[in-house]
Design a protein around this ligand. Structure first.
Ligand code: HEM
Length: 337
């Protein structure tokens, strides 16, 4: 199940990127028919009116879409077969095929709306939400038990606030695209706000987000985060900095197509890294002796399984928490990536 969930993360990120490559290269009609690429051929063939690049880009996007459908369905079937049956695992797994259906509908409406910017935005943002949910699915498949927080409530609140800030940053990014040259073909109506003003807003939101991420780092350091959480935080900082630098470079260079798609990949990776940090703030109850002193059990897993190891199910004392930290570190941080 966990491997399938990881495949779902990769496929969700992949489809967001190949979708952007189709958009920035204008390859939407590279394969004018479905399911055949050209009448009589499932794969691209030399054609005087279509560039090979457009054909292969659109064909690659279709192949990845098929992979995503298969992986999504497999995730759901595996969750259905998991014993004991877990409600949260089922919902997260169901979100994969449901997301594919929703994206097909949104994509169809986007085409009907003539690729106008306000229809393209939800198409991209839905992909980002699915990346997040796929990462949650990986965690749920790993934990296989009710979870409890391993950080104090204040730190959890900071993670939530920074996630909201990331959401605003991502939405602002789609607004920059909506006003810029890659929002569709030349005839597609653009968002009527200047690109420099929107890019400034986008960059300002990045600085706000970075501030929250730095604050989170201090909070994790001060409260003794688990090794897993520390590692994931480090990855998040790295991808945010790389993505920020890439954003600045692509803006300075006049948004060349290749960098725009790389920026979409970066946005998906930042989302996945942030979701990985989010999921690392919880741990299965069995491995929770180092749960934060003010942490309450997380009942969101919807599982009724009994406490497997007789671990404390209520809030522990600070002494108990610190005395058991090495044990918990071993249980929560060194076993898995
Ligand atoms: C962690 C930091 C960042 C994230 C997560 C992020 C995310 C995004 C997203 C999601 C989009 C929309 C992609 C699309 O709709 O296809 C976007 C577009 C854009 N971003 Fe960023 N961005 C970041 C940093 C920056 C920075 C620092 C700049 C510099 C000003 C920048 C410049 C741009 C530009 C110019 C576009 C429009 C590209 C186009 O024409 O399609 N980004 N960004």
């Amino acid at each position: 199940m966990r491997r399938l969930a990881i495949a779902a993360v990769v496929a969700q990120i992949g489809i967001a990127v190949t979708g952007s490559v189709v958009r920035v290269t204008g390859s939407g009609l590279g394969c004018p028919t479905w399911p055949q690429c050209f009448p009589g051929s499932l794969v691209p063939v030399a054609h005087p009116e279509t560039l090979p690049l457009h054909q292969w880009v659109e064909f690659g996007n279709r192949i990845l879409a098929i992979v995503l459908v298969v992986v999504s369905a497999a995730c759901f079937l595996a969750a259905l077969g998991a014993r004991p049956r877990r409600r949260r695992l089922l919902w997260l797994a169901a979100a994969m095929p449901l997301g594919v259906v929703a994206q097909a509908v949104i994509g169809g409406l986007t085409v009907l709306a003539g690729l106008v910017w306000w229809s393209v935005m939800p198409h991209f943002l839905a992909s980002i939400v699915l990346v997040w949910l796929a990462v949650e699915l990986v965690a749920e498949a790993r934990d296989r038990a009710p979870t409890r927080p391993v950080v104090p409530r204040a730190v959890r609140a900071l993670v939530i606030v920074s996630t909201v800030a990331l959401g605003a940053l991502l939405v602002a990014g789609t607004l920059v695209t909506a006003a810029g040259p890659h929002a569709g073909d030349a005839a597609t109506p653009r968002l009527g706000i200047g690109v420099p003003a929107l890019a400034q807003l986008h960059a300002d939101l990045l600085f706000g987000y970075l501030g929250l991420v730095v604050g989170l780092g201090f909070a994790l350091w001060a409260t003794g985060a688990t090794p897993r959480l520390r590692r994931r935080y480090g990855v998040l900082v790295l991808v945010v900095l790389l993505q920020g630098a890439l954003g600045g470079i692509q803006y300075a260079l006049g948004v060349p197509e290749a960098l725009v798609s790389l920026h979409v990949l970066g946005a998906a990776l930042v989302t996945a890294a942030a979701a990985a940090v989010w999921t690392a703030t919880r741990t299965p109850v069995a491995a929770a002796p180092d749960a934060a002193p003010d942490a309450a059990p997380d009942t969101s897993t919807g599982t009724r399984a009994a406490d497997p190891a007789g671990a404390p199910t209520g809030a522990g004392t600070a002494d108990a928490a610190s005395a058991s930290r090495p044990l918990a570190d071993a249980a929560t941080g060194r076993d898995e990536p």
